[in-house]
Design a protein around this ligand. Structure first.
Ligand code: MRU
Length: 366
């Protein structure tokens, strides 16, 4: 997507040919700043401290982290260590494990001197695949937005609610949940987006609002608790969210608060769709609520907020009483019964084992 007329991806190889550049998302929406990664530790820090975030981008950054590691130490032990360091950064998005497995497999049987080149080639392939995948998700999701608009008699606007940031900043390009919205907007549909602010890190208010605004998509930021109310009043035609891990049976893990939106959508007859690439499906587990590890982050993300003050300074302020403990569960799981459909690069399917295996028949045995 473009920033001030210049096309960007969220991660790319620096012109020096080996280091890696990213957009430092902790600085958005107030500053657009790039960061350079030169070591395995830089890549691990970028993921853990959320300079990059979003399941597909976490995977892509881990892939380049492996490149930076292997460049310095191409031994089997070096590869294993890099795998463990990166794997330990964040527990919930399964794209991390997926990307690390793909990278390790690409190098395993090669002589040491060929491993770095193979790693860079594979990381680039992962990124290109993500862009094509997200674009295809956008095409399939566009049909759903068009259907909702036509079913309602082509009103002046079709309202989509989204949670967190599952736009191009969360992937290499296009996004998952926002890809259908960009495609709808570009096709001339009058799409308007309700953007959940998404406490505590405010990925909706800071990132989704920023990227939708840059692309000229009409949107309105709402508090996390407003979704139920606007659904009751007919102001949401469909919800589209992303996911960090979807089980092979269709349970969906996503940013904390997604489950409550799904419940509200269910109660109000609003279709609730989840957009995801193949790399987000965890075929090894069946029960999302019991089996997906939910990240618990620093309580300071709850007790403090950062923003731009009237004088232009970026400031962090405390919003809770000194001494009040805070808990910071970063994700929740929406059981498949509340999910209307999964939007994948291969089409839209039911959130069920049959639905997913219909689209991914190669997984039928596993
Ligand atoms: O904690 P984050 O910002 O990495 O969480 C991101 C999300 O929950 C996204 O909705 C999810 O990764 C889908 S991204 C296309």
């Amino acid at each position: 997507m473009k920033v001030d007329g210049k096309p960007y991806r969220t991660i790319w190889r620096h012109e020096d040919g080996w280091s890696v550049e990213i957009i430092d998302q902790t600085k958005l929406p107030h500053e657009f700043v790039l960061a350079q990664l030169t070591t395995l530790e830089d890549a691990a820090h970028a993921i853990k401290a959320m300079l990059v975030r979003g399941a597909p981008l976490v995977g892509a950054t881990a892939a380049y982290g492996m490149c930076l590691a292997v460049r310095e130490d191409p031994s089997d032990e070096g590869i294993d260590r890099a795998y463990q360091v990166l794997f330990a950064t964040r527990p919930t998005a399964v794209n991390l494990r997926w990307a690390l497995d793909v990278m390790r497999d690409a190098m395993r049987n090669l002589p040491r001197e060929k491993r770095a080149a193979a790693a860079y080639a594979k990381a680039a392939e992962i990124c290109d695949d993500d862009v094509a995948t997200c674009s295809a998700i956008g095409d399939h999701g566009l049909s759903l937005i068009r259907e909702a608009w036509e079913k309602k008699g082509r009103p002046e606007r079709v309202n989509v609610l989204t949670h967190c940031n599952a736009g191009w900043l969360a992937t290499v390009d296009w996004g998952t949940a926002l890809a259908p919205i960009y495609k709808a907007h570009d096709a001339g549909l009058p799409v308007h987006v309700w953007v959940d602010e998404t406490r505590p890190r405010n990925q909706g208010a800071s990132l989704s609002a920023w990227e939708l605004g840059r692309h000229g998509v009409p949107h309105t930021v709402i508090t996390d608790n407003a979704g139920g109310h606007i659904m009751q009043h007919g102001l949401v035609d469909l919800c589209i969210v992303g996911t960090d891990r979807t089980t092979g049976t269709g349970d969906v893990c996503n940013k904390i608060g997604t489950y409550l939106k799904a419940l509200a959508a269910h109660d109000n007859g609003v279709p609730f769709y989840v957009a995801l690439p193949h790399s987000t499906i965890d075929w090894t587990i069946d029960d999302g609520v019991k089996e997906i590890p939910i990240e618990q982050r620093d309580a300071a993300e709850v007790t403090e907020m950062t923003g731009r003050a009237a004088d232009g300074r970026i400031v962090t302020v405390r919003i809770t009483p000194e001494g009040s403990p805070a808990a910071n569960y970063a994700f929740d799981v929406t059981p498949r019964k509340y999910v209307t459909g999964l939007i994948t690069e291969r089409g839209v399917c039911a959130a069920s084992p049959e639905g997913l295996r219909g689209l991914y028949p190669e997984r039928s045995g596993g």
